[in-house]
Write a protein that binds this ligand. Structure first.
Ligand code: MG
Length: 306
């Protein structure tokens, strides 16, 4: 089974701590598919969890389980084969000309995610709208601090066709998030504030939805639990990624039929994807019927693996 994670530099964990965690994990010698859920439960119950490392392991076990049962990963959870939602294509903060070039390169996509919070948000919005009329969402990435200014801008975003804003304020600023929601009707999604299953309980009164990432929560098994909990609280679900390639994003795509919105553009934004087999067509991921997570290590990766 193959797993994959990406480690952005702002995470607490790094390559060394991930390998340290993986070297201490107990893996049964003669794994049987009946051990799947008990093993996942056992892994996630450990103290001082290294969530990215757990995600790598969890994804690999899901891939293995699918291969042993000869079913695509999604069928482990009885997720049917309905089309997965359009994936958002991320547009980093950039000047008008760069944005134009990025949009031309990504013209097959039907939903864009604008990174904001850098001080020239209104300009970014007007540049974007002068180039396309397609729908978009905004990730403020904790970059706002005043709820009145944020509410005015959110109303403007809504008039311009924005679907939601993600993580407007600092990770712990739940009171500000609550105040913003009273002042605007644009849905507010939380990302950095929500990491684990128990965090969903903590934020349920403060937001309209959550952004789930496998690297953040520890893999597919906790992600499924977070999705179920979000549904019970009537929260929307956005499934995202860090900068994983086809294995990490393809595995997340297997459960994205349970999400409202999908942000799995990692393989589109990197040049060193270690895996192949994930297909994008007309702005969305098309899942194949291969057992497991549906992707294979690239030849280049296998030749250089050590
Ligand atoms: Mg985000």
């Amino acid at each position: 089974g193959f797993g994959e994670i990406a480690l952005p530099p702002y995470l607490q964990e790094n390559v060394r701590t991930v390998f340290d965690f993986l070297s201490k994990v107990e893996i049964p010698d003669n794994y049987q598919p009946s051990q799947f859920f008990p093993l996942l439960e056992n892994w996630i119950s450990k103290e001082r969890m290294n969530y990215p490392a757990l995600a790598a392991l969890d994804i690999a076990l899901h891939d293995l389980q699918g291969k042993l049962l000869n079913i695509p990963l999604r069928r482990i959870y009885n997720i049917d084969d309905r089309e997965v939602p359009f994936t958002a294509f991320t547009l980093g903060m950039s000047d008008a000309l760069t944005m134009k070039q990025k949009l031309e390169a990504a013209k097959d996509y039907h939903l864009y995610k604008l990174k904001m919070g850098g001080g020239n948000d209104a300009e970014l919005l007007s540049n974007f709208r002068s180039l396309t009329q397609k729908p978009f969402c905004v990730d403020a990435n904790r970059g706002w601090d005043n709820e009145d200014a944020a509410a005015l801008f959110c109303d403007q975003l809504k008039r311009e066709g924005c679907l939601f804003v993600e993580q407007p304020f600092e990770r712990t600023a739940l009171d500000k998030t609550a105040a913003l929601r009273l002042k605007t009707t644009l849905p507010v999604i939380l990302d950095e504030t929500v990491q684990t299953v128990s965090d969903v309980d903590k934020v349920k009164e403060y937001c309209d939805g959550i952004n789930i990432k496998l690297v953040k929560c520890g893999g597919l098994y906790p992600a499924i639990q977070m999705m179920a909990k979000a549904r019970a609280y009537n929260l929307k679900v956005f499934i995202g990624c860090m900068s994983e390639g086809s294995c990490g994003c393809g595995s997340a795509a297997q459960i994205s039929g349970l999400a409202d919105w999908v942000d799995l553009d990692g393989p589109l934004l990197i040049k060193n994807d270690p895996f192949a087999g994930l297909q994008y067509n007309d702005g969305r991921i098309v899942l194949n019927d291969e057992p497991g997570n549906g992707v294979k290590p690239s030849r280049d990766f296998l030749n250089n693996w050590h």
